[in-house]
Design a protein around this ligand. Structure first.
Ligand SMILES: NC(=O)c1ccc[n+]([C@@H]2O[C@H](COP(=O)([O-])OP(=O)(O)OC[C@H]3O[C@@H](n4cnc5c(N)ncnc54)[C@H](OP(=O)(O)O)[C@@H]3O)[C@@H](O)[C@H]2O)c1
Length: 275
């Protein structure tokens, strides 16, 4: 089924790919940008402005909104939390399907394994803003899909983790990758396809959508280095728990429900990062 999709944040790591794959699947796609316009994402929108979001949704008249926009700064509460509420209000007022993107950052890591019933217990400002966004979306647009995802990896060097790994290997960046910081990274194409699938069905509530492999940030960096022909031995390693005990270390989203709800196959990092 094709139709019209509005992608917020269509210049971002995820939004770019959602835009491209939606267009390839036959959707009419309108993509919004905030600072960096592109020929694809040519609709300016500041999601902090509730009236502007409402006007955009009313003018574009999409069948679904895929909300990927997020603050350029991870502490930007007005964009991450209030902006998500504004998008939900606009979608609900127009009776439009909403797919909202959330994060495993809503969790502290205290419980390690999280299914869709797990309640947020964020330990930093970004996680708190993402948790507030979830609450607003579920209150205002209870039929929306709220997708909790993990580290997003690309295939073109564009993700923060790929850039950081390259920077550490070349010496451009200081720091290290954590050996005890475990996530379930997802390939950007898999996530984009899952979001588009959800845009076209009526799944409501939280859904975990992540990759199948739990892996440390350090081991993920090794996969990036091997794929890109760099020397993995030159990646500095550190333990997160020693540097900052309040950081979430082991956060693993359970995928049982996604595997029964979605046709999109969610690959693990060892598969999608293979050279
Ligand atoms: N990246 C990850 O590893 C990761 C992990 C878990 C969850 N997530 C979630 O996945 C989603 C996508 O993340 P991402 O990494 O693709 O983000 P990103 O690359 O940082 O892109 C952010 C997008 O939001 C737009 N934006 C920023 N401020 C805005 C505002 N005030 N109004 C409207 N648009 C605004 C940006 O537009 P301009 O480019 O024009 O400034 C850009 O298109 C987010 O919900 C994020 O929390 C990401």
């Amino acid at each position: 089924m094709a139709g019209r999709i509005l992608v917020t944040g269509a210049t971002g790591l995820l939004g770019r790919r959602v835009f491209r794959r939606a267009a390839a699947a036959g959707y009419a796609v309108v993509g919004t940008y905030f600072v960096r316009s592109t020929s694809a994402a040519d609709e300016w929108l500041d999601i902090r402005d509730r009236a502007a979001v409402r006007d955009t949704v009313q003018r574009v008249r999409p069948d679904a909104v895929v909300h990927t926009a997020t603050g350029r700064d991870r502490n930007d509460w007005r964009t991450i939390a209030d902006g998500a509420a504004n998008v939900a209000v606009a979608a609900a007022a127009a009776g439009v399907r909403l797919v909202h993107v959330s994060s495993d950052a809503v969790f502290s890591g205290r419980d390690t394994y999280y299914d869709e019933t797990a309640l947020p217990d964020p330990v930093n400002r970004y996680g708190a803003a993402k948790a507030a966004a979830e609450t607003a979306v579920r209150a205002v647009a209870p039929d929306a899909a709220v997708v909790r995802t993990s580290l997003i990896l690309g295939d073109d060097g564009g993700s923060p983790h790929e850039r950081l790994t390259h920077g550490l290997v070349s010496g451009r960046n200081d720091g290290a990758l954590f050996t005890d910081d475990i996530r379930k990274p997802i390939y950007v194409n898999d996530l984009a396809d899952a979001l588009l699938e959800l845009a076209a069905n009526d799944y409501r509530g939280v859904l975990n959508v992540a990759g199948t492999d739990p892996i440390s940030r350090y081991d993920l960096g090794v996969l990036v280095a091997v794929r890109d022909g760099l020397d993995p031995a030159s990646i500095p390693a550190a333990r997160s728990a020693e540097l900052d005990p309040s950081r979430p270390t082991d956060v693993q989203l359970r995928l049982d429900r996604a595997e029964s709800v979605l046709r999109t196959r969610l690959r693990g990092a060892h598969e999608f990062m293979a050279p």
